[in-house]
Design a protein around this ligand. Structure first.
Ligand code: ADE
Ligand code: ZN
Ligand code: ZN
Length: 287
């Protein structure tokens, strides 16, 4: 009995000392986007995804959508591929100006990564043994399509997309970036869906078929010469970052009900667009 109690307390203190740290949208944001996308796949894409997913995913893309966050440490080169830093206060994005890493290497940003992994996946079924690991390409693409839709993943350089802006979420100390990765989603799930992610997903899917049905075709479409259009998604993100995420926020702001209820519609929209566009991109890749 005492043995169990001691172990329980040891594990509890470990959990409290090392809370789940997530980057990108949190686990839930990424899972939501992938779970919106997968049922929208055409037959060719559904079959390719089933073939490429690792066995442990059990043909559920939602289970592996955060894989790219867990491999930042074993693949340090991939860290810069999750975001884009844009010039402070400009509120726009240009690929040639902004898509680079901290060393100035061109194309090393989330938009460049989406183009790269899309191109790798286009070799599926063409090259009997492709030089690429197409399972990793699928997991990276599915994750980065989520990240590019998180407004603060296309944020200002000096605050690292809100990471250095300390705020309170209600009474809890956090930073603005984390509010957009996790807190708004978690609060919505707790308040409206009994902490059930599937309830939140169903509500977003309903909006896609009803409220937003006349816009979905525009979200999906892309220059006819291209398979995916990350520059459009990134431009929308920095615009939303300025209009909603950064707006009326400064160091040590207390963000509560007003911020939550005015920003939740933007979070819903970006999760929906991320899911719809991941499916549209995979459908074009594998058709
Ligand atoms: N690191 C630097 N800028 C970042 C951003 N916009 N999002 C996430 N991590 C970052
Ligand atoms: Zn990420
Ligand atoms: Zn993030």
């Amino acid at each position: 009995m005492e043995f169990c109690r001691t172990h329980f307390l040891a594990i509890l203190s470990l959990v409290l000392l090392f809370p789940r740290t997530t980057k990108g949208w949190g686990e839930d944001g990424h899972a939501i986007i992938c779970k919106i996308a997968q049922p929208r796949l055409n037959n060719a894409a559904a079959e390719a995804v089933q073939n490429l997913l690792p066995k442990y995913a059990e043909n559920d893309l939602g289970r592996v959508c955060s894989w790219a966050d867990h491999v930042k440490f074993i693949f340090p080169w991939s860290s810069a591929l999750h975001y884009i830093d844009t010039p402070d206060n400009l509120c726009n994005y240009q690929y040639t100006r902004d898509c680079k890493d901290e060393n100035g290497l061109k194309g090393r940003c989330v938009a460049g990564a989406i183009n790269n992994y899309t191109n790798q996946l286009l070799s599926y079924g063409r090259d009997s043994d492709s030089q690429y690991n197409l399972t990793q390409a699928l997991l990276f693409l599915s994750h980065f399509m989520g990240d590019i839709h998180q407004p603060l993943h296309v944020g200002f350089t000096s605050d690292r997309g809100g990471n250095t802006i300390d705020v309170h979420w209600y009474t809890r100390k956090t930073n603005l970036h984390h509010v957009w990765d996790d807190s708004i989603i978690e609060t919505a799930e707790q308040r409206f869906y009994d902490s059930d992610m599937d309830g939140f997903i169903d509500a977003i899917k309903k909006n896609i078929t009803k409220e937003w049905s006349d816009q979905v075709g525009d979200w999906e479409s892309c220059d006819y010469t291209k398979t995916t259009c990350p520059n459009i998604y990134a431009s929308e993100s920095i615009k939303a970052a300025c209009e909603w995420a950064y707006k009326d926020v400064s160091e040590n702001s207390v963000l509560g009900d007003d911020y939550f209820s005015s920003r939740l519609p933007t979070v819903n929209l970006r999760l929906a667009q991320g899911g719809v566009r991941l499916a549209a991109t995979l459908n074009r890749i594998f058709s």
